[in-house]
Design a protein around this ligand. Structure first.
Ligand SMILES: [Zn+2]
Length: 504
């Protein structure tokens, strides 16, 4: 039995023990888990558990992450087990039921989202040891999860099994093999349960407000979009990102967004979906010869680009000499803050989505995300516009990948005028409401308020008309001509402009 195999067995045991799915273990739980893998009678389990616990725990905490436990203490455990004893143990340990659960967990991240709850249900049933309890099966499976048909599930299951085989056959380089194996091992983690939502992330007219109306918790919209996007680009496997860790990361990001009228996690989900559309429908991946690192950086940048936005502008924060202004010296204060908070979340042991990456890969991704998010500061719009209008057509974009990501993230950030009128109109009203709320505060402070922020003076249709003509069309026209599949957005923008003109 090699280390990976033992690691997997331990992982399964500790996952079963980790009943609240927190990804952490107490001293007692470590002891309980070690007893389950039966290290042999001559081994003092209490002593090993204490030793492992002391070495792995972070100061001040009473639990350890079982990720770090598995990563750092495996050698200590294996050294305590005689080689032959361990092999025999492994064979005994892998019962057919465990093998089935293992296979199901491996394919879980590859199953279409709509089917994933059903596969998760199968795992729960087999793992729960009550597989022959008829009452449980009939009520839960057939009614509440509307398990369509067993046949469909089996078809899905086997088509994905082929995919697993395909992955194994396809990869040639040893680094790739390592990465694939690592990701398959990681994918035995439990996939988060999310409510089924009805939306197609490839729809260029996706109505994010429809999606929002399908869930009671707005955070689920970002969960849904990010998981779909990650599955579409196979990022869990290709970048060794554990779906469970990504789920926790997304949870923290979604919670980190404040409940502002506009700068909230629905805007984040909307921008992230637009980033995906540009890559996929707009074919930017081919046009700029982007690789998986660029794709991951770009969609993550979209997801986190307004994290913890306080609902007021940089100018307001700087004028008040706010803590953030002091921290970032009036330089793209909010944008620095968003990206900094996003990496801060990943520092948390359960949320480190980057831990499976090589050092150089992480450095590159960090660089790309920072550059792209800082580029969403509107003060750079003029520079970006110059590049889009003068340089975009004149060079192979593969030579300017970083700039490409920056200008397209800025586009995604201000992309709601490409959507259908009712969606665009809603976003415009929400942004305006956020501006007006800031204007109200400025008035109370006795400051002069510019008309854009003054609810008594602003004419929203006139402002929007000016914004579309002066900012949106000059920027989007060259970009969208580059990406013919979504060039129709130009007509959507023009239509919206004409609607505003009628309202003046
Ligand atoms: Zn934004």
């Amino acid at each position: 039995m090699d280390d990976n195999s033992l690691r997997n067995q331990l992982r399964i045991v500790f996952e079963q023990i980790d009943k609240d799915k927190s990804g952490t273990l107490s001293l007692d739980e470590i002891e309980e888990g070690l007893k389950m893998v039966n290290l042999g009678s001559e081994v003092n389990i209490k002593e090993i558990a204490q030793e492992i616990f002391n070495e792995t725990k972070t100061d001040g905490l009473n639990t350890v992450s079982y990720e770090s436990f598995l990563a750092w203490n495996l050698r200590k455990i294996t050294s305590k087990i005689a080689r032959g004893q361990a092999s025999a143990l492994a064979e005994m340990f892998i019962s057919p039921a465990f093998k089935v659960v293992n296979i199901l967990k491996t394919v879980l991240p590859m199953v279409p989202y709509e089917k994933s709850l059903e596969v998760q249900w199968c795992i729960d049933q087999i793992s729960g040891g009550e597989i022959y309890s008829a009452g449980k099966i009939t009520k839960q499976s057939l009614d509440t999860t509307s398990l369509t048909t067993d046949t469909l599930l089996i078809i899905g299951f086997f088509s994905n099994m082929n995919k697993v085989k395909q992955i194994e056959n396809d990869v040639n380089s040893s680094a790739e093999i390592q990465r694939k194996r690592k990701s398959l091992n990681m994918s035995i983690f439990r996939r988060p349960s999310m409510p089924p939502l009805d939306a197609d992330i490839n729809d260029i007219d996706l109505n994010i407000f429809n999606l929002r109306s399908q869930v009671s918790n707005p955070n689920h919209v970002l969960h849904f979009i990010s998981d779909k996007v990650f599955n579409h680009w196979d990022l869990y496997n290709k970048m060794s990102i554990d779906p469970k860790t990504f789920n926790k990361y997304t949870e923290r990001v979604a919670e980190g967004y404040r409940d502002n009228p506009y700068h909230n996690n629905i805007h984040a989900a909307d921008v992230m979906q637009f980033c995906h559309l540009v890559l996929y429908k707009g074919n930017l991946v081919e046009i700029a010869k982007l690789d998986t690192i660029h794709i991951l950086s770009f969609v993550l940048a979209g997801m986190i680009h307004d994290l913890k936005h306080p609902g007021v502008t940089n100018s307001f924060i700087e004028a008040n000499l706010d803590e953030l202004a002091l921290m970032y010296n009036d330089r793209s204060v909010l944008e620095n803050f968003h990206v900094s908070e996003a990496f801060r979340i990943s520092q948390n042991a359960n949320c480190n989505i980057f831990e499976g990456l090589e050092k150089e890969e992480f450095r590159m991704i960090r660089h790309l995300i920072i550059r792209s998010v800082l580029g969403t500061d509107v003060q750079y719009h003029g520079i970006q516009l110059g590049w889009v209008q003068n340089k975009l057509q004149n060079q192979p974009l593969s030579n300017e990948k970083e700039t490409v990501l920056e200008v397209f993230l800025h586009a995604a950030d201000i992309s709601h005028s490409t959507r259908q009128w009712e969606v665009h109109h809603s976003w415009s009203s929400l942004l305006q409401e956020e501006f007006f709320a800031q204007g109200d505060i400025e008035k109370q402070m006795g400051r002069t308020v510019i008309s854009l922020f003054d609810r008594e003076k602003a004419s929203v249709p006139s402002l929007q008309l000016g914004f579309i003509n002066g900012v949106i069309l000059p920027y989007f026209s060259p970009l969208l001509k580059l990406t013919p599949e979504i060039e129709s957005y130009i007509r959507s923008i023009e239509k919206n402009r004409d609607y505003w003109a009628e309202l003046i």
